[in-house]
Design a protein around this ligand. Structure first.
Ligand code: ADP
Ligand code: ZN
Length: 746
């Protein structure tokens, strides 16, 4: 009888192990990465073969056979499985959870996929044809000019140079004709390397930074590019990407959110043509499927790609990766909080760089403290670019003290008369204005004027917001109810607290009746088309004042934007979180960077009731480096990241008393399991359980335990102890599904 063969399989489940299966006799050939149908706990799953010809640990009689091998779908690459493993180890989740995130069980309608692919290809072809035609027109003029120059050239040496210049121009033109010809002949995809779109000419400052970047990469180190907004970081990325593609290797270009990358996408498309692929959650499943396929095929047909995407793009079947770019590395939206894997895109990109042994560049105008730390300790290579390409300086800053203004009767609603004057002046000069207010809705809370009761969500421990049109809404669980204006307890009159974006929009409309005003926040962002149109209209100058939440602080490049203002800035500082000041600093600096990107200097107005707060003062005095240093020192003194690693263990339960009891018990268990030699219970790295700021969401009571670990060689074993202790606790107490572990919470 033939010897039975066994394999281990990764299943899309929260399993701590990879179960074994036997191969039916009729299957001769099987490889790691192939997908198989198997049964687990009486349900069928598509799993990934992780090892072949293993010696099973369980009784062979109990091992079930593989049902079938999935034919026709691509094999998972070993680099992908390596990444899943690295993510699972680091973020303390199961490899199955990572697999599930990388390959969600989406019902992909292939028909739809094909149709949408054809549509997209046609649109791109048209765009590409148009841009080549334009290029040809320019090149024809250039050839004519060169001919004239040749005719005029008298001396032998200038004649020679002129002949050469003409020759080059003619060659460029021929190449462009050929590209056009290829397209009309129906060759859909064209490698950017075949057409030289635009030679990227770096400024002297950029060239210096660029060669510094290359030095860091030559040492095999991740490079941190700290460049002010408008300094040309993107140009440097594109130059690096171009070089990488020329060498026949691929590029992954990560951005935190896609909303702000529309302009970037156009810019990259102009440079890279059809080598550009995109991948983000705003696309249809079909189009994402196509991108996945293109990437998988590129391993075979050697068509190079540059992929622009959000964090989930890390899990595509990347091959021959030469460069990873992490734009806006400081951005918190790189972190996924739910569901598992609770990973940070930036840190996972670093894992990917190690697995593929490729170059990586992280960029930001406001680097995270983590990156500042990494550069200080020589783990990453720091490159600075302080000069703006268009030469304009940072926007001036004006801090307006709302308390003082109120005393002087200098406020009109949420706008100070001073700010109103600034806005009016900007509008008169035909400039544009962006106003940031960090809360959406009309009012962010309601309070009874009789009994003082704050109106809360019946399912969450948060106050309800009032939205235009008279509905009260919970921003956590989505519960809503009509607004009666009366307190539910004593029927007293409700008053509104905290004006949100809708109210600011109304006030602005009343103050500037002639201005064209629009709003961007997560309410309007529900409608992606509307959002894209608003951004486009603003770019075209068809909107004068744009009001919005955090979203307006990021990424956009508008040439006529002269004034950015934040009303009620203090809500940015009030968060109970050790990162609050860092976040506020990033947000305000990013926002400031939006204006004055061109020749003209812009103005940044901050309305606050705490004008002396160090965050504002440091920004106003251009002392962000000093502020970063003092924040870093604070982190060191209080044992916070990046000096330590924080892991949050969250307990969620329908019953408050059980959440309380279980979290107490778990904390006690953890204190026992995670002790280091010589530690007393007092030095325990564990704090809590405590109630988070919002301790009830959608009827789930939440308690948090925090583990703070030293960053030394004990880190991995401590994390392993935590994982084991939590598993044991879940089993012993039959407390499955209530506990989540979040490594490096944002
Ligand atoms: P950052 O990414 O640092 O914010 P960008 O790369 O977007 O800066 O550059 C800001 C502006 O300056 C853009 O409009 C860009 O086209 C222009 N720019 C920067 N560097 C160059 C360059 N070397 N050649 C041409 N334009 C450039
Ligand atoms: Zn709620």
């Amino acid at each position: 009888m033939k010897q039975k063969r066994y394999i281990s399989v990764i299943l899309p489940l929260r399993l701590e192990w990879e179960p074994s299966y036997s191969l039916p006799d009729n299957i001769e050939r099987i490889e790691v990465g192939e997908r198989v149908k198997v049964k687990f706990a009486n349900k069928e799953y598509t799993g990934v073969v992780s090892e072949v010809d293993i010696i099973p640990e369980t009784d062979p009689k109990k091992i079930k056979p593989v049902i079938s091998i999935e034919e026709g779908i691509g094999k998972i690459r070993s680099e992908e499985i390596d990444l899943w493993r690295a993510v699972a180890d680091y973020y303390l989740c199961s490899i199955g959870e990572v697999y599930k995130a990388a390959y969600p069980q989406m019902k992909v309608n292939m028909e739809e996929a094909r149709a949408s692919a054809r549509e997209k290809a046609a649109a791109r072809k048209e765009k590409l044809t148009e841009s080549i035609r334009q290029r040809i027109a320019k090149l024809e003029i250039r050839v004519e000019k060169r001919k004239e120059q040749l005719a005029k050239a008298k001396k032998e040496s200038t004649r020679e140079a002129a002949v050469k210049a003409l020759d080059e121009a003619v060659k460029d033109l021929e190449r462009a004709y050929e590209a056009l010809n290829n397209i009309t002949k129906g060759k859909d995809r064209i490698n950017a390397t075949e057409i030289i779109y635009k030679e990227i000419q770096l400024s002297p400052a950029q060239s210096k930074a660029y060669s510094d970047v290359k030095t860091g990469m030559a040492k095999g180190k991740p490079v941190m590019l700290n460049g002010v907004t408008g300094s040309g970081k993107t140009e440097i990325y594109m130059k690096l990407a171009q070089e990488c593609l020329k060498k026949g290797r691929n590029v992954l270009y990560l951005v935190p959110e896609i909303a702000l990358s529309r302009q970037l996408e156009d810019r990259l498309y102009e440079q890279f043509g059809d080598s550009l692929l995109t991948f983000h959650s705003g696309e249809t499943a079909a189009s994402r499927m196509n991108t996945t396929e293109s990437i998988r095929e590129s391993a075979v047909n050697k068509r190079n790609y540059i992929l622009l995407g959000t964090r989930s793009a890390l899990f595509l079947p990347h091959n021959h990766l030469g460069l990873v770019i992490v734009d806006e590395e400081h951005d918190n939206s790189y972190k996924q909080d739910s569901p598992a894997p609770r990973y940070n895109g930036r840190d996972t990109a670093l894992m990917l760089h190690r697995i593929h042994d490729c170059a990586i560049i992280l960029g930001s105008a406001t680097p995270s403290l983590e990156e500042i730390y990494n550069c200080r300790f020589g783990k990453h290579h720091l490159v600075e670019l302080k000069e703006r390409f268009h030469g304009s300086e940072d926007a001036d800053i004006e801090i307006i003290d709302t308390k003082a203004e109120r005393k002087k009767n200098g406020m009109r609603g949420n706008f100070s008369i001073k700010l109103i004057g600034r806005i009016q002046q900007t509008l008169d000069d035909r400039g544009q204005v962006v106003i940031l207010r960090s809360r959406r809705a009309w009012a962010s809370a309601m309070q009874c004027s009789m009994c003082g009761e704050i109106v809360k969500c019946p399912h969450c421990n948060v106050s309800l917001s009032l939205h235009r049109g008279g509905r009260m809404l919970c921003h956590y669980c989505g519960w809503s109810a009509p607004y009666s204006g009366k307190c539910g307890r004593c029927a007293g009159e409700l008053k509104n607290l905290g004006a949100g974006t809708q109210r600011i929009e109304e006030e602005a409309a009343a103050l500037f009746p002639k201005a064209r005003i629009a709003r961007l926040d997560s309410d309007t962002a529900q409608n992606k088309r509307f959002e894209a149109r608003t951004i486009r209209d603003f770019a075209k100058g068809e909107i004068d004042i744009l009001i919005g939440t955090q979203i307006v602080t990021k990424g956009f490049d508008f040439s006529r934007l002269r004034l950015v203002a934040v009303v009620a800035a203090d809500s940015l500082l009030g968060i109970q979180d050790f990162r609050a000041d860092e976040k506020a600093l990033h947000l305000l600096e990013q926002f400031r960077g939006r204006c004055g990107r061109r020749e003209e200097k812009g103005l940044f107005v901050i309305q606050t009731s705490q004008p002396q707060h160090p965050v504002y003062q440091r920004i106003a005095n251009n002392e962000t480096t000093a502020l970063n240093s003092s924040l870093l020192q604070e982190r060191k003194d209080f044992n916070f990241p990046p000096y330590t690693r924080i892991i949050e263990i969250n307990i969620k339960d329908n019953f408050e008393d059980r959440a309380e009891r279980m979290s107490e018990r778990l904390a006690a268990d953890l204190r026992k399991s995670i002790v280091r030699e010589g530690d007393t219970i007092l030095d325990s790295p564990i704090t809590g359980p405590y109630s988070p700021v919002v301790d009830k969401v959608a009827d789930q009571h939440i308690r948090t335990i925090r583990l703070s670990l030293k960053k030394d060689r004990t880190l991995t074993s401590e994390k392993e102890k935590l994982r084991k202790a939590v598993n044991v606790f879940e089993k012993e107490n039959r407390y499955d599904g209530h506990i989540t572990i979040n490594v490096d919470p944002s």
